[in-house]
Design a protein around this ligand. Structure first.
Ligand code: NIG
Ligand code: FE
Length: 414
């Protein structure tokens, strides 16, 4: 074998209990193994769970833990600019209504996007992509939603396709066509517009899923059901921002509509835990949005114990979560939900790949899967425990070293 890369002598390799799983329900997270090991990559893929002394590049992973590349299945990239002033207002007690009245919130990012050149938006997003790579993210999703007009949303999705050419990671695009009600529309009227634009979205963009924000300030459960019907009609997956700020009992509606994921869940109704946990719909929890937005903690422990498919993501966006580092989100998830490190890493790897429809090719260390890997500088449990520490020694994309931490350069033999 002529491996491109051999990762040798790792203290631990994080592996699923069996190969070929489409996801792993969280009540089985403890069955993931952490054993000493090595692996060899060839032709983009994991070729063997043993080292290859003849490999073109060899990486000494002694003292390290090798995990699958992190998958961030919920971000709002690409977006334009930031909203730091608004964050300061929020933490110093300015009411949301006042922030919104003075032009803040989603409307502010929509304005910034409209006023920015394609090049400026892509340059910022590509920079964020490089930052995410250094924190171990090897695949990320991004959403439209700051377009707030037919042309604006189509442009956002074209930018998502262009971003794919600018970043090293794999990307997946979601059409968040119902994020805020655009000026001049009622929510119902905007949903008519969404229906009218969908053939173009399907024909001309790379979007794989539809998304909607269900909240009193945005769209309703009826609109969620309608988005579900549209997703089915157009062969797209359905995702939904639900139960973030208040309880609307949107989860049963999302399950009926065949949603791939329900995201946020800070205000999930206790009666909705069991039906969600029985389904194949993932519970995507966003603890950095909860923290930065002073929201309740989602019932992460209850969801895990009930056997839900749980997922962690950054929700990276300029408003509620300007956080791009999944290891930080893993630390927050462990603390806020009472999760083990294995539970948190399962949520940011295989189960996150399931949300993106990519679990057959990424999300776990298995022979034949794409060789997207992260080498951590210590035991798995150190990531949530040494909260804020940058734990990544090296990142592998498609069997090639894509990023190596300064102090790990002497581990590479080429
Ligand atoms: O996921 N919940 C709605 N949308 C975003 C926030 C968007 C913004 O504030 O710009 C979220 O939290
Ligand atoms: Fe979001």
């Amino acid at each position: 074998m002529n491996a491109s890369l051999s990762i040798e002598g790792a203290d631990a390799l994080l592996r699923p209990p069996e190969d070929g799983l489409p996801y792993l329900r969280h009540d089985r997270a403890a069955s993931m193994t952490l054993e000493p090991g090595a692996l060899a990559c060839a032709d983009d893929a994991i070729a063997a769970l043993s080292d290859d002394p003849g490999a073109a590049v060899r990486f000494d992973a002694s003292g390290a833990t090798v995990i699958p590349g992190l998958v961030d299945c919920h971000t709002h990239l690409p977006f334009a600019g930031w909203r730091a002033r608004e964050y300061e207002q929020k933490v110093t007690g300015v009411p949301y209504e006042e922030i919104a009245r003075s032009g803040g919130g989603i409307a502010a990012s929509a304005r910034a996007l409209a006023e920015s050149s394609d090049e400026a938006v892509l340059a910022q997003a590509a920079g964020i992509g490089r930052e995410m790579l250094a924190w171990g993210t090897t695949t990320f999703e991004g959403k439209s939603g700051y377009g707030l007009s037919r042309a604006g949303e189509l442009r956002a999705l074209r930018l998502a396709a262009a971003l794919r050419e600018r970043v090293a990671q794999g990307t997946v695009a979601t059409a968040l066509l119902a994020h805020a009600v655009p000026p001049g529309f009622t929510a119902d009227g905007w949903m008519d517009e969404v229906e009218a634009m969908l053939p173009t979205v399907v024909r001309e963009t790379v979007a794989e899923s539809l998304d909607i924000f269900v909240e009193s300030i945005a769209f309703s459960n009826e609109h969620l059901a309608r988005m579900g019907a549209l997703a089915r009609e157009h062969g797209l997956a359905l995702r939904a921002h639900v139960e973030q700020l208040a309880t609307h009992r949107s989860v049963p509606v999302a399950l009926d509509a065949g949603a791939r994921s329900v995201d946020h869940l800070s205000r999930l109704h206790p009666d909705d835990v069991a039906p969600l946990a029985r389904s194949e719909c993932a519970a995507v929890l966003l603890p950095s949005a909860e923290l930065m937005n002073a929201e309740d903690a989602a019932p992460g422990r209850a969801l895990v114990d009930a056997g839900a498919i749980c997922v962690l993501a950054t929700d990276a966006n300029p408003g509620t979560s300007p956080v791009v580092a999944l290891p930080i989100v893993i630390g927050l998830g462990v603390r806020r939900y009472g999760w083990s490190a294995r539970e948190a890493f399962l949520a940011a790897t295989l189960n996150a790949a399931h949300v993106l429809g990519r679990a057959a090719s990424i999300g776990s260390i298995e022979i034949g899967k794409r060789a997207d890997l992260v080498v951590l500088d210590g035991p798995l449990e150190h990531v949530p425990y040494r909260f804020g520490h940058h734990p990544v020694l090296a990142v592998v994309l498609g069997g090639e070293l894509a990023w190596v931490r300064e102090d790990a350069r002497d581990r590479v033999r080429a």
